[in-house]
Design a protein around this ligand. Sequence first.
Ligand SMILES: CC(=O)N[C@H]1[C@@H](OP(=O)(O)O)O[C@H](CO)[C@@H](O)[C@@H]1O
Ligand SMILES: [Mg+2]
Length: 561
Amino acid sequence: MKEQQQSLLLSSSARFPPPQGVRLSYGTAGFRADAGLLQSTVYRVGILAALRSLKMDSSVIGLMITASHNKESDNGVKIADPSGGMLSQHWEPFADALANAPSPQHLLHLIIEFVEKENIPLEGVRPAQILLGRDTRPSGESLLEAAKQGISSILGAVAIDMGIVTTPQLHWMVRARNKGVKASELDYFEQLSSSFRCLMDLIPSGSTFNEVDNKLVVDGANGVGGEKLEVLKKMLDGLAIEVRNSGKDGGVLNEGVGADYVQKEKVVPHGFSSQDVGIRCASLDGDADRLVYFSVPSESSSKIDLVDGDKILSLFAVFIKEQLNILNKEGHTDVNSDYQPRLGVIQTAYANGASTDYLRKLGLEVLFTPTGVKYLHEKAAEYDIGIYFEANGHGTIVFSESFLCWLESRNNELSSIVKGSEQQKAALRLLAVSKLINQAVGDALSGLLLVEVILQHMGWSIHRWTELYRDLPSRQLKVKVVDRTAVVTANAETVAVRPPGIQEAINAETAKHPQGRSFIRPSGTEDVIRVYAEASTQEAADSLANSVAKLVDQFLGFSSS
Ligand SMILES: CC(=O)N[C@H]1[C@@H](OP(=O)(O)O)O[C@H](CO)[C@@H](O)[C@@H]1O
Ligand SMILES: [Mg+2]
C-alpha cells in the first residue's frame, strides 16, 4: 500500500476514535446502536464500502444510514452490494473487525492485511463509487458526514449523496446504476407507477372490486416512507391513498406507530381509531422496507385484525401461480410453451404454521431459511420465481434473468399469434410484476402497490384476503441471558443443539399442547434470546411460550443487566 494512502488512513481515522467498552457486530441487518456511539463505526463502514467497490471492479456500492424500526435515538449502517442485495456474508467478519479495531494503527494493519488477502486493486484505473442514503433520523446528517470521511480516506473514491431515501430505494438505485439503466428517485417512482398502471389496465373486466374498497389508509411510522408515499400517490390513478403519521404532524418515529409495532402488539397505531372500522389499512416501518396490513374490527377495542407478511406472501403466491397456470394452458404445441418455470416460496420458522399449510396445499414448494433477509433472498434467487417474506412484513419476489428473457420472447410470440389473448395478458402481467416489485430487496412501497392491484384484480376486500386461512394463535417473548451465543441452532433455527438437553425439554412442553410448535434462537439485532410458540388457542400459545422462556432461564441463567 502506498505511503500516501497509509498516512491518509492514519490521519483521518485518528479523528474518529471508537467508543470505549462496546463491541459492535454487523448482525442480521448491519450495525445498530445508540446514535451517539456510531461516528467511528460509520466512518469505518465508509472505508469498507470503498474497498468493496474496488473489489467488485469499481461497481457502485450502497451505504444506508438507518436503524429501521428501532427508537429514534438509535441509528445504524448497512451496505448494499452491486446487485442491490445485502453485503456478501463473506465480508461480515471483516466489517466486525474494522468496527472494533482499538486504534488507527490496528485499523491500518487490518486494512493492509485484508487488501492483500482479497487482492483488492487499490491502485486500479477506476475509482470506488458509493451511493449514500439516510432515513429521517436527526443523527443521520452527522453520521453521513462520517461516512463521507471514511470513503474519502481511500484515494480517489467518489461518494454520491442521495439524501433522505427509503432503504429499498437506495438498494434499487444501486442495482439500476450497475445495470446501466436510469437510476434517480424519479426513475424509481416512474417505474413503480407505470408498472402499476400496466397491471391495472390488465384487470379482467368483470372484477367486483367496489368503490368503498378503493380507499387505503397508510401509517407511515413518522418516517421516510410516508413522505415518499405522498409523492408517489400523486402519480397513481385508480387508488385513493390517505397517509397518516407521515412525520409532519409532530409524531415521533416508530413511537406507537409503524409495521413493527402493529405486527408485534396487534393494536391500532396512533392516528387510527374506531372511526376506521372496516377500512383497509397498512403500516410501513421506519425505513419502509417492511409492510403489514390491518383492519379495525370493532369500535369497542383497540385490537386489530393483522394481515402479516405471511398473508402478503400468500396473496402474491396465489396471483403468480394463477398467471403461470394461464400462461401454460394446454392447447399450444409450440416448443416454448413446454418450459416449466420453477416457483419457490421461502419462509422462516416465524411463519405462522397455518400459512405454511395453506401454501403447501396449493401445491407450492415451501422452503425454510434462518431469520434475516440475506438468507431468504439468497434461497429465493435459486428459482425462476422466488417469493420470500418474513412474518414481520419484509419480503419481495425475485425473477431469474433467464426466466425474464423467456417471458419476453414468449410474450412476443403470443402477440404475433393472437394479440390480447388471455395467455399473452398473463405474460404481460408477470413482466409488469417483475418491474413493480423491487428485485433488490423487500420494499414496502412497491409491495403495497402490488397488494393493491392484486386485490383489485381478484375483486377481494381485506376481509376476503384475511380469510385465505386462519392464523394459529402465537406468542413471542424475549429472555435476557448471560450469554446469548450459548444457544446454537440447526435446521433453519427450528432445533436448539446447544445447550445440551434444552431441545428435549422444549419438545416435552410442546407435546402438551394441540398444534403446539415452539423454538428459541439468539436475536441478531438485540442482546436477547427470542422465544416463539404457537398452538391451537391463545391461552395455550401463551402458556407454551412462558414455559419455554422458563426453560431458557433455567438453562442459561438470568442476567439482571
Ligand atoms: C423475529 C423478528 O422479527 N426478527 C427480526 C429481527 O432479527 P432478530 O435477529 O430476530 O433480532 O430484525 C431483523 C432485521 O430487521 C429481521 O430480519 C428479523 O426478522
Ligand atoms: Mg426496516
